[in-house]
Design a protein around this ligand. Structure first.
Ligand code: HEM
Length: 148
């Protein structure tokens, strides 16, 4: 865009109109940046596990799991899904869930608790929708029980 300068939002009128405001500039930011980066994702993941561990249907799956390492991996994975740093270093999802006998109902419950944690944190619906779309492809790796 020849002749266009980026200026702070609200100051466009002082520059005669041929500007791209900081507001439109920041719309190019990743979802990760938009929601507040690492600390925001960490808060969402903490709440997500609080909800999971309070759920009778799900808590049993996590008995004996190393929650610190699990949460760390979730933070990295969700950061990556949101367009933040791609530094997930956990196991392949199929391998991590193999043998856990997870049904589709369990899976949908976990997804709904993640959505709840995102909603509670004030994450915009459009961002939540994109997270949901990205997660949909994990279902075939996570759901291992035919019963669901
Ligand atoms: C919604 C999609 C899901 C994603 C993206 C996901 C992601 C992950 C990740 C990243 C890990 C850590 C792997 C590692 O530490 O190497 C993990 C572990 C685990 N997940 Fe999931 N998960 C999903 C759904 C579920 C569901 C539905 C359940 C059970 C109802 C579940 C139960 C577990 C358990 C128990 C572990 C720990 C396994 C272990 O430490 O041996 N996950 N998951």
């Amino acid at each position: 865009m020849v002749g266009t300068v980026i200026v702070p939002r609200g100051t466009e009128q002082f520059l005669g109109g041929n500007t791209l405001s900081a507001a439109s500039f920041s719309s190019a930011a990743s979802d990760y940046e938009k929601i507040g980066g690492g600390p925001a994702v960490k808060a969402v993941v903490d709440r997500f596990y609080e909800l999971i561990l309070a759920d009778d249907q799900l808590v049993g799956f996590f008995e004996g799991a190393d929650l610190t390492s699990l949460k760390r991996h979730q933070v990295l994975l969700i950061s990556q899904v949101l367009g933040g740093p791609a530094s997930y270093d956990g196991r392949d999802l199929r391998e991590a869930h193999a043998g856990l006998d997870i049904t589709r109902v369990d899976y949908l419950k976990v997804v709904s608790l993640l959505v709840q944690a995102l909603v509670e944190a004030g994450v915009p619906p459009a961002v939540i929708e994109r997270v949901g779309e990205a997660l949909a492809s994990t279902e075939r790796d996570v759901v291992t029980s035919p019963a669901g």
